[in-house]
Design a protein around this ligand. Structure first.
Ligand SMILES: Cc1ncc(COP(=O)(O)O)c(C=O)c1O
Length: 420
């Protein structure tokens, strides 16, 4: 399904003109297509049909209540990495048995919250965390279902080294060489039940080799730990499915599905996967208005009302996002598309060829639904923008634009000073 199409010379999201959304909700705004999210969920679900499976959407990619409700209604479960994400998942109606809790640095408070919530699995990333979890579970009179997130130490080929997590020396997961010993410890500890091995080798993966090699290592280790007494019920292959931002190909889901279902079937367990970007990146765009055009030396600038505070990916990851004029004019120019933030690193695109653009025009920054709004900030005292969901011919603001009051809500005008 194509969520964004040009009709009568103007860009639409499903059946709604983006110009109407800009008029009704203002700019900048994130705009999501519910139809695209559902379509991508169904396609991945079908690709995993070869094994019993559950898809746990990685909420970190986009934690908007509107997005979560579309995915939950489609039959998706969720993966969270903080107490805040657990709170958001519960508020959006996910049942405890639909929640995986991961993260490399869970605090004691977060572990207690995950135990109290009785989530499906807590994915543990170190021996120290395992021991703490067992102690907290003992104090709380619980036995906790755990997975071990293993770093399989495979070669990760992907878009940016900030997005690789499964190579030797990375901070994430238990190094594969230590995983058996920590697995045996988990079997011995009375308040944890070791039920899964988990990996997440990186995001925006260029090749499925890392899934093939990583899951093979998890299968071998699961068999060893099962023989040692673990009740292994799941294999968690993580997230990382890539999406095209430019002219790349869509991933071949049949190939991916065959790799990960074969691994789960080799163990006779339920397959868990944790994709985030795959569902939401292409379902969303950032709608921004051109404020000014400007020439500086040889450079042309298109200055917009959105920048790095709304979409950090171009400056943080050197990421490419296709930019399209909502109602293109004749002509052509090559320009840096920048925001209003007081940083030279504040840009949406560099040296980008665009149609003729005038101040007041609307631009759509595509493939912005993942790691967009969630990474936005209030830097330069910029209120966070609105999020809009489109479903067929209807649209709604699912997250209100912040106000100036929101910028100062937590500041104390009369601090309570304490003595040292
Ligand atoms: C543990 C874990 N699972 C899943 C994901 C989702 O990755 P992606 O959005 O690339 O699918 C991430 C992303 O960082 C992650 O850290």
């Amino acid at each position: 399904m194509r969520g964004f199409t040009v009709r009568d010379g103007t860009l639409h999201c499903e059946d709604v003109p983006l110009a109407s959304i800009a008029r009704g909700a203002g700019t900048p705004a994130y705009v999501y297509s519910a139809g695209v999210i559902r379509d991508r969920f169904r396609r991945l679900d079908a690709a995993l049909a070869g094994a019993p499976h559950r898809i746990h959407y990685s909420l970190k990619a986009n934690g908007s209540r509107g997005v979560l409700e579309v995915l939950r209604a489609a039959g998706c479960a969720v993966d969270v990495v903080s107490g805040g994400e657990l709170f958001k998942a519960q508020r959006a109606g996910f049942a405890p048995g639909e929640i995986l809790f991961g993260g490399v640095g869970k605090t004691e408070r977060e572990l207690r919250e995950a135990i109290a919530a009785d989530v499906k699995l807590i994915n543990v990333e170190s021996e120290a965390e395992l021991r703490l979890l067992s102690r907290l579970a003992d104090e709380m009179g619980a036995v906790v279902n755990v997975g071990l997130r293993v770093n399989p130490e495979v070669d990760v080929k992907n878009a940016h080294h900030y997005m690789a997590t499964g190579e030797k020396g990375h901070k994430f997961g238990i190094p594969i060489g230590e995983a058996e010993a920590i697995g045996r410890l988990a079997i011995a500890l009375p308040n944890v039940s070791l039920q899964a091995l988990d990996m997440h080798v990186g995001s925006q993966l260029d090749s499925f080799d890392a899934y093939r090699e990583g899951t093979a290592r998890l299968v071998d280790l699961s068999l060893v730990l099962r023989r040692a007494g673990a009740d292994i019920r799941y294999l968690d292959a993580g997230g990382g499915l890539p999406v095209p931002y430019g002219s790349e190909e869509e991933p071949d889901l049949a190939v991916y599905g065959a790799i990960v279902t074969a691994a789960a079937n080799a163990l006779g367990v339920e397959l868990l996967v944790e994709p985030g970007r795959f569902f939401v990146a292409a379902s969303g765009l950032l709608l921004t208005r051109v404020l000014y055009r400007k020439q500086s030396g040889a450079k042309s600038y298109v200055i917009c009302d959105a920048g790095m505070t709304e979409l950090l990916r171009p400056s943080h990851y050197d990421a490419f996002h296709r930019i399209e004029a909502v109602a293109p004019r004749p002509g052509k120019l090559t320009a840096d598309v920048v925001g209003p933030v007081c940083e030279s690193g504040d840009f949406l695109a560099l040296d980008r060829e665009l149609p003729g653009v005038e101040s007041g025009d609307l631009l759509a920054v595509h493939t912005a639904g993942a790691y967009g709004y969630v990474m936005s900030s209030q830097y330069n005292a910029r209120p966070r923008v609105a999020e809009v969901m489109v479903d067929g011919a209807r649209w709604a603001v699912v997250t209100a634009r912040e106000t100036y009051e929101d910028l100062v809500r937590n500041e104390s005008p009369t601090p309570q000073w304490r003595d040292a």
